[in-house]
Design a protein around this ligand. Structure first.
Ligand SMILES: [Fe+2]
Ligand SMILES: [Fe+2]
Length: 171
């Protein structure tokens, strides 16, 4: 089935959104590198790579369906945050924005009767539940840690245990 032009442009906008999120997470990784919090830096770097893979899922879907792909410009992300907690709060807010965008895309795919795009987006809807959950958990842990450097270092060590094998190959 050939794709609705408005849906194609919304999916192209979401490719940009995923890559923009990837770039923002990379800026967060640079921030945590500057604090020598290697666990946080690595976790944010893994997030960045995941967002890149999300953009590619949409890219591949459009390519498979002979729909036009357009790649928009990305703005420069900050590498400077007030403190670890505000960086993680910004990450959660970004994921909440993404959830809203994905939900809109989902409704649009259904209203076009494009069940192939809906199939693609089912994965994104579920992914957003996980993403919001993991960032809310991390934010709560930072709230509990408060001003304790010791608690922050324990959390950093815990985060360093995340490795690529935790994620789906294309996650
Ligand atoms: Fe994503
Ligand atoms: Fe995400």
């Amino acid at each position: 089935m050939s794709m609705d032009a408005n849906l194609v442009s919304a999916l192209n906008a979401q490719i940009r959104g995923e890559f923009a999120a990837s770039y923002v997470y990379l800026g967060m990784s640079a921030y945590f590198e500057s604090l020598d919090l290697k666990g946080f830096a690595g976790w944010m770097r893994a997030q960045s790579q995941e967002e890149w893979a999300h953009g590619m899922r949409i890219f591949d879907h459009l390519a498979a369906r002979d729909a036009p792909i357009s790649l928009a410009e990305l703005s420069s992300p900050t590498t400077d945050y007030y403190d670890p907690k505000s960086a993680v709060a910004a990450a959660l807010a970004q994921e909440q924005d993404t959830t809203r965008d994905v939900n809109q895309l989902y409704a649009q795919a259904i209203s076009c009767g494009d069940y192939q795009a809906k199939g693609l987006l089912d994965w994104f809807v579920n992914e957003q539940t996980e993403e919001e959950d993991s960032l809310r958990t991390l934010l709560s842990q930072l709230t509990i840690a408060g001003d304790s450097g010791a608690a922050l270092l324990i959390l950093d060590r815990e985060l360093s245990e995340r490795d690529a094998s935790d994620d789906e190959p294309m996650g």
